[in-house]
Design a protein around this ligand. Structure first.
Ligand code: ZN
Length: 424
């Protein structure tokens, strides 16, 4: 059993005043005090423990300001026999419009709907791009298209998500998979939550090939193709579900006055279920506060939303560091180099002097490796270890080494390769 939060919005009475009812339909949405699924609840508790320790270690500075870039693959699951860009076989333009929205929202871009002037509003410094290369290292548009005669998918059902994944899936250690399909039962989105694998006993993450985000084709993209009208036509369903993929809960913690483990989001009694952007107030623990209905993690109509808070930003960036699979996606994105069945190393610049040497290391999958530099007498002058990286480029701090001839050795778990290095 995996599962994760996520969810869900049910469209009711869509023809007149559109409303949505929020349903928390799976175990991960349980509060800790209402444990109904011991294994899942334990994971949630452990995840929060890991996050808390990490956050305390970061208390004197904001979590790294480096821009994190996430490669995305959009799997369009459609039932168009002719393969024409009709109905469920949404156009590339619709996909592009969605990628644009998530970047505006996560970067709080000035001049877009993703901007807010709220003091607690954050530029998460997380970006998304359609993957340039596929899992085999071949150039790609980052969009796949798969035919299925199945006309609707129930995303709360593992089997239905497995059907989608079996039609098209890219390694979730390297990509954020987004499946776009006709979803059933009123669900318009679903996102898998990250787990903290670094805690003893928590080695099991969500099943790899189901990890990602699932969006209904009528709420994907912004004002384009199959999503031109209604409460969810600005592309914020995907913003919300990726928030879950990055470890965010709903602001009300899926129970009355529950917690989302974020300090700067006001407590609320429940979801904003209004079809309008009017103020909503909650009284929790005797204090009346205004709900942050603009939060992407609420159930507000798309047009009301424009904020991730600083606290949510910190939490998402921590997830990208703490969840092994999320961290791997970030590391892969830095260079997007293809895997190699044999260990390879290319040094550049070489020869060089007074600059740091870089080494392109190609290897299979993800591995630990060590780089050593020895002089011509075999004396070791430099060693650095790297853990759990895909094919990558590492920068060595070599600019102060004396001029001379050296040997550079890269050793992985199973292979070793040696190159000459000249510092002149
Ligand atoms: Zn949700």
């Amino acid at each position: 059993m995996k599962k994760y939060c996520i969810i869900i919005i049910l469209l009711l009475n869509f023809s007149s005043i559109a409303q949505k009812t929020n349903i928390c339909a799976n175990a991960a949405c349980d509060s800790i005090s209402k444990i109904s699924h011991p294994e899942l609840s334990l994971r949630k508790i452990k995840y929060e423990q890991v996050l808390e320790i990490y956050m305390k270690g970061q208390q004197n500075f904001r979590i790294a300001a480096e821009i994190i870039r996430i490669p995305v693959v959009v799997h369009v699951i459609h039932n168009q026999v002719s393969n024409a860009f009709l109905g469920t076989n949404i156009s590339d333009e619709q996909v592009f419009s969605q990628i644009k929205v998530i970047n505006e929202d996560y970067r709080r871009k000035i001049g877009t709907m993703g901007f807010n002037s709220n003091a607690i509003g954050a530029d998460t410094e997380i970006e998304f791009f359609l993957a340039n290369i596929d899992p085999d290292g071949k150039p790609s548009s980052g969009i796949t298209r798969s035919f299925s005669s199945k006309t609707s998918f129930n995303i709360i059902n593992d089997n239905d998500r497995l059907i989608m994944s079996n039609l098209s899936y890219w390694d979730s250690n390297k990509y954020l998979n987004i499946w776009v399909a006709p979803l059933s039962s009123g669900y318009i989105g679903y996102g898998e939550f990250p787990y903290a694998e670094t805690v003893e006993g928590l080695e099991t993450e969500a099943t790899e090939n189901l990890d990602g985000v699932y969006i209904d084709y009528t709420t994907f993209g912004k004002k384009t193709g199959t999503n031109t009208k209604g409460l969810y036509s600005f592309g914020r369903t995907t913003t919300h579900e990726i928030g879950h993929w990055l470890g965010l809960y709903h602001p009300w913690g899926d129970e009355r006055c529950g917690t989302d483990y974020v300090a700067d989001t006001p407590q609320s009694t429940g979801a904003n279920s209004s079809a309008f952007c009017k103020d909503v107030f909650s009284t929790c623990a005797g204090t009346r506060t205004r709900n942050l209905i603009e939060d992407y993690m609420d159930y507000s109509p798309d047009s009301c939303m424009n904020i991730f808070t600083q606290g949510q930003k910190d939490r998402m960036r921590a997830a990208l560091e703490l969840s092994k699979r999320r961290r791997r996606v970030v590391n892969f994105a830095k260079f997007q180099l293809p895997p190699s069945s044999t260990l390879q190393a290319v040094i550049f610049p070489n020869p060089t002097i007074s600059t740091n040497v870089q080494v392109q290391v190609l290897l299979p999958n993800f591995q630990d490796f060590e780089v050593k530099i020895s002089d011509i007498f075999g004396r070791e002058v430099y060693t650095e270890s790297f853990s759990d990286l895909p094919s990558t480029i590492v920068t060595l701090k070599t600019k102060d080494l004396p001029a001379g001839n050296y040997f550079l050795t890269v050793t992985s778990n199973i292979q070793k390769v040696q190159k000459r290095l000249a510092l002149f």
